[in-house]
Structures are given as C-alpha cells and as structure tokens.
Design a protein around this ligand. Structure first.
Ligand code: AHR
Length: 326
C-alpha cells in the first residue's frame, strides 16, 4: 500500500516538473475547491534587483492574502512562460498572473486561458494583443512616463549649454515593454534640441554583467561620451564598473541616469556615481492580490492600474536610503 502511495506521489511530482512549473508556495494541484484562490504566476526571471524585490512582494502578499501561489521563473524566455501558462490552465488554477518578458506573441496562449474561463492579469509588463478581452487588467508602471522623466532631467541639466551632448543608451531586453517605452519616452523629451545625440544604443538585457560588457564596448568604439542613459539600475551599475575600469569617473566624466531605484542604485546615486534615478516600483504584490480576488469573483476591475512613482537626485537618495525596503 505504502509503495503504491509513493508511486502515485512520484507520478504527480513528475507531471508538475514536465509541465515546467517551478516552486509552489502552496499545496494542491488545482483550484482548492474550498474557496481558497489558487494563482498561477509566471515571472520573467531573476535578471535584476528589481525582479528579486518584485518576486518577494508577490510571494509575501500571496501569503498575507491567503492565496495559494504556484510560482514559476521563466529565465527570461518566452517559451518557458507559455509552457507555465499552459500548465496552469491544465491544473485549473483560479487566476493566472504573469509579467510578459516581451510584448508580442501571446494571443494563442491567452485565447486558451480565455476558453478555459481562467481570468488573466498582466502585471509589470504589457502585451501588444489587439484583443484586450484576453486579459482582465494590467497592473504596472507607465514606462513611457519613466523615459520622459529621464529625458526631462537631461534637458534641464544641459539647459545652459550649446555644445553637443553625446548620449549612449543601454536598452532593456529587446522587445520588452519597458525597453520599447522607456526609449520612446526619453527620445520624445530630447528630440526638440539637436544638441542631444544618441551616439550608440544597444541592449544590456537588464543585467549587470551585460551592462558592463556593452559599456566596455561603447567606451572603446565611441569617443567623448557625455551621458549614459541605462534602462535600469543593474545595467547602470555594471556600466559604472566599465567606466571606472577605463580610468574615468562615473557621475562626473560621464553623467548617468538610470531607472528603478533599488538599494544598490540608490547607494551609487548617493555616492555621486549616478546622477539621477527615475523610480519604478516592484512592490506590486498587494495590489495584485486585491485584483485577483476581485476578478475571481467576477467583479469589475479597472482595465489599467498605474503604479505611483517618484524620482531621486543625489540629495534625495541620501535621505531615502536608510528606509529603502528593497
Ligand atoms: O519590467 C520592469 C523592469 O524589469 C525593471 O526596470 C528591470 O530592472 C527589470 O528587469
């Protein structure tokens, strides 16, 4: 008898692994049937400090809200997210939430969720599906606005100068909503004045290692860099290592603007190595759980929930750092 139970347990575990799902912070293979909500959550990966803080926020908030969370890490690969979502559909979870690594290519799997009558919530990043009935709501930052805030600071910083301003840009993951939108917002703000020139722009995939590697290449190929605009803190922090390695002073020889405001970024800002950070809050968990409870009950929710965010200069970073949660 014991042998049979173990064999059954093993089969169950194997099925979960094949389905491509990682750890689960709750029990049950599907909706618990006792009124407890089960959420299948597909995370982008663990590419940045922001992402780690976001994962913690989602996991902690699920616990607090009494929601059973099935969590999977897609390692920045769309095919892993599609597999995870299909597995959640098979398991008949009550709600699916995910942060899409790129904007395109979701219609088929989202239609499968809709046909299975499982509501979907987009969190952090958007999809470009024309059919907005494929998801209930989108909770996250306004990335265009973040890019604009970065551009506005730059325009103001150089308002009294007539000289050309050579900018290099470290973009986020190619095809992702934050990379597309931050680039667009930034360009929108600087385009009126031809002295601002983006002389090199390449993806650093939102990671510190890639940020360093690409900045090293920029420093070799592009003389006279005045400004670095990095789409997140991690790439900016990697770039600082490259700038110092090239014998230059980050924050002075090359001014640096980043996005996120995670602790390491804020430390570099208060140390004078970064000049300005636009905040992008990863603390989406509590709002996500509230929205999940509502969509499961079929209550109306806003189709877009925008995260509230601020900006930091070096003095503001010094003041905020001691209480920074992430
Ligand atoms: O989608 C949010 C972005 O993803 C953050 O700015 C970045 O750090 C993360 O990897």
């Amino acid at each position: 008898m014991l042998k049979r139970i173990s064999a059954l347990m093993l089969a169950g575990l194997t099925a979960l692994a094949v389905a491509g799902c990682g750890s689960s912070s709750g029990g049950g293979g599907a909706s618990a049937g006792d009124g407890t909500i089960t959420m299948g959550f597909s995370q982008v990966g663990a590419e940045s400090g922001w992402r780690t803080a976001n994962t913690k926020s989602v996991q902690d908030s699920a616990k607090t809200a009494g929601i059973t969370l099935k969590f999977s890490d897609a390692q920045q690969k769309q095919e892993n997210q599609i597999k995870a979502i299909r597995s959640y559909i098979q398991q008949k979870v009550d709600v699916i939430a995910f942060s899409p690594v790129v904007e395109s290519g979701w219609d088929t799997v989202l239609k499968e969720a809709k046909n299975a009558k499982i509501p979907v919530i987009l969190t952090d990043r958007a999809v470009d599906s024309k059919d907005t009935s494929l998801y209930k709501t989108f909770l996250g930052s306004d990335f265009v606005e973040e890019g604009k805030k970065a551009g506005k600071w730059l325009v103001d910083e150089y308002k009294d100068s007539k000289d050309p301003v050579n900018i290099v840009e470290l973009q986020g993951t190619t095809g992702s909503a934050p990379a597309n939108d931050r680039k667009a917002g930034f360009q929108e703000e600087i385009k009126a004045d031809p002295k601002f020139k983006i002389v090199a722009s390449q993806t650093g995939d939102f990671t510190r290692a890639k940020g360093k590697e690409v900045m090293e290449a920029f420093l070799k190929s592009t003389p006279d860099i005045d400004v670095l605009f990095a789409h997140n803190d991690d790439m900016g922090l990697g770039a600082i290592e490259a700038i110092e390695g090239a014998g230059k002073v980050p924050g002075k020889d090359i001014k640096i603007i980043t996005i996120d405001a995670v602790k390491d970024g804020m430390q570099a800002l208060s140390d004078g190595k970064i000049n300005y950070i636009v905040e992008c809050s990863p603390l989406l968990g509590p709002q996500l759980m509230d929205l999940a409870k509502k969509v499961v009950k079929n209550e109306t929710v806003p189709t877009r929930v925008v995260t509230e965010e601020t900006v930091f200069n070096q003095e503001q970073a010094k003041a905020a750092l001691p209480n920074r949660q992430y």
